[in-house]
Write a protein that binds this ligand. Structure first.
Ligand SMILES: Cc1cc2nc3c(=O)[nH]c(=O)nc-3n(C[C@H](O)[C@H](O)[C@H](O)COP(=O)(O)OP(=O)(O)OC[C@H]3O[C@@H](n4cnc5c(N)ncnc54)[C@H](O)[C@@H]3O)c2cc1C
Length: 498
């Protein structure tokens, strides 16, 4: 037992660190698989889902790769790779199946967290139009994207999204794709509903205002989770057989403290975000789509600008962004020393190497930080030519911590995806990174189960339950037309999507 720490919290099978969408998803899955499992949740804030998972802190896009051009990169020889898009789309179908299961169990109400909002990609300029056409030609032959429409017709685009075409110069060629069955998701509401449900389940205790400081090997086996009660400044501890680090941006700091060899070489680079939020009700009502553009040269993939219809607390909103910013914090409510404290001897070289190899990103961030409100509205006018300064205000988004990993060839590389780190014995798992993040939480958690509960995962009882929660998990939907249609019809009906 660590010095000055009281063992006040009972031993548990599972400790979930952080009450965001990742812990919520894993907690519910484990409880469904094994109703007797005991779970202790430790959250530093006084509510669940208030960091990255909160609706205002993320873009709420149900990432199905319908509109995000960064998921279909074009290589130097012109080849467009859609394999990442296919993977993300299949993972999102798993999320919709899992959410449908939760709705049928009456754990959540679909209308509280998911809405149908068409997903569009919109580009201008000959090269970009050429890219979008080629991408469409590849994608709409794939069963997952067969619903995608493509046009270069200005009137058709104006019908899909009047705001982006009004008063647009007719000199440049434009093109757009549209998938009517896209979604907007309020991950914050979903997270809070899931924790409400978890709190009602026997054997689950959710501790708010409790910050996790460290996890150490316990002398009797398992882990000693050392926490601080932020209301009483009292340190307490809890022994857990399995620990999940779902602390969002702060996961990296906790992973660096866990004594597992898999932590080595990981670093993180924080990028903060800002939205332009529309204040003009008429504009908000005129727009009904998530319109994703192409990232400018040198910018990180997650900074692709988009004009987004959002449904937050039952109200329609219109956001543009995200603009990137530089902050050394790992959480929106974190400390400015987070970045410095995360640098250790094992990740110093990968971080330096990644920094040197990503100088355009550094320049991009410096340029972004220097933007004034007027400059940002100028960027918005590339998408909404009629935008006026008075109609838009700045709103702070969440904090992302991009993963930096050791790389044999280059020393270190910056990753823009989401990564699960699991200790060799499966007793600790950590979730790093952001995009496609919350949208694929269910598939990520189903994916790590065999590594964290290897024996149970093989049992018939677990296998059957997993099939009930996510029938398409592990199946390649893109190769089975009947299954894609059947799956989408079923989840659409349950989630209130067409
Ligand atoms: C600007 C932006 C836009 C995004 N857009 C999208 C999108 O459109 N679609 C999408 O799917 N994803 C999007 N994401 C990513 C998505 O928001 C994240 O993947 C997801 O919310 C992460 O969930 P989480 O549970 O890991 O972390 P969080 O929601 O951040 O939860 C972590 C929790 O841990 C708590 N915590 C931290 N440290 C400790 C500690 N030491 N002890 C106890 N508790 C702790 C925090 O208070 C927090 O409640 C976006 C993210 C950002 C920042």
């Amino acid at each position: 037992m660590s010095k000055g720490v009281k063992p006040l919290i009972p031993d548990t099978d599972v400790a979930l660190i952080g009450a965001g969408i990742m812990s919520a998803t894993l907690g519910i899955i484990l409880k469904e698989l094994n109703p007797n499992i005991t779970i202790q949740v430790f959250e530093r804030l006084d509510k669940a889902g208030m960091e990255s998972s909160d609706a205002w802190n993320n873009a709420g896009t149900g990432h199905a790769a319908f509109c995000e051009l960064n998921y279909t990169p074009q290589q130097a020889d012109g080849f467009i790779d859609i394999s990442k898009a296919t993977k993300i789309c299949e993972a999102y179908e798993v999320s919709k199946e899992f959410w449908s299961y939760l709705v049928e169990k009456k754990y959540v109400a679909a209308s509280d967290f998911i809405s149908q909002v068409p997903h569009m990609s919109f580009v201008w300029g000959t090269d970009n139009v050429d890219y979008l056409k080629k991408r469409y030609d590849l994608m709409h032959h794939n069963l997952l994207f067969s619903e995608m429409q493509y046009t270069e017709d200005r009137d058709q685009i104006a019908q899909w999204s009047p705001l982006i075409m009004r008063e647009r110069s007719s000199r440049e060629p434009v093109a757009a794709t549209r998938v009517g069955g896209g979604t907007d998701v309020n991950f914050g509401e979903l997270t809070r509903s899931l924790f409400k449900q978890l709190a009602k389940m026997p054997g689950v205790t959710i501790h708010y205002n409790i910050e996790t400081l460290d996890i150490d090997p316990h002398k009797k086996g398992g882990w000693e989770v050392i926490v601080r009660n932020l209301l009483h400044e009292q340190k307490e501890s809890c022994r857990a057989k399995f620990v999940f680090l779902g602390a969002g941006g702060a996961t990296l700091s906790l992973l660096k403290k866990a004594e597992i060899k898999e932590r080595n070489g990981y670093g993180g680079f924080p990028v903060s975000g800002l939205w332009l939020k529309c204040l003009n009700e008429e504009l908000i009502q005129q727009h009904q789509a998530k319109v994703y553009g192409k990232a400018s040269v040198g910018s990180p993939p997650m900074s692709v600008p988009h004009v987004d219809t959002r449904i937050i607390a039952g109200k329609k909103e219109l956001l543009f962004g995200p603009f990137a910013g530089f902050s050394t914090k790992f959480l929106k409510g974190g400390s400015r020393f987070d970045l410095a404290k995360s640098i250790k001897s094992d990740n110093l070289f990968p971080m330096l190497s990644a920094g040197i190899r990503n100088l355009p990103l550094t320049k991009y961030l410096i340029d972004q930080v220097r933007l004034t409100h007027q400059d940002r509205v100028e960027v918005l006018r590339e998408y909404v030519p009629v935008a006026q300064l008075k109609d838009w205000e700045l709103k702070e988004a969440g904090q992302r911590v991009q993963v930096i990993k050791k790389d044999e060839g280059s020393g270190g590389k910056l990753e823009f995806g989401t990564e699960a780190v699991v200790s060799q014995d499966g007793s600790v798992a950590a979730l790093l990174g952001a995009s496609p993040g919350a949208s694929t939480a269910a598939a990520i958690m189903f994916g790590i189960l065999p590594r964290i509960f290897p024996q149970e995962s093989k049992s018939t009882a677990w296998q059957n339950k997993l099939k009930e929660m996510a029938p398409s998990f592990g199946v390649s939907l893109s190769k089975d037309e009947g299954l894609v249609n059947e799956t989408r019809k079923r989840t659409g009906a349950i989630l209130g999507l067409q």
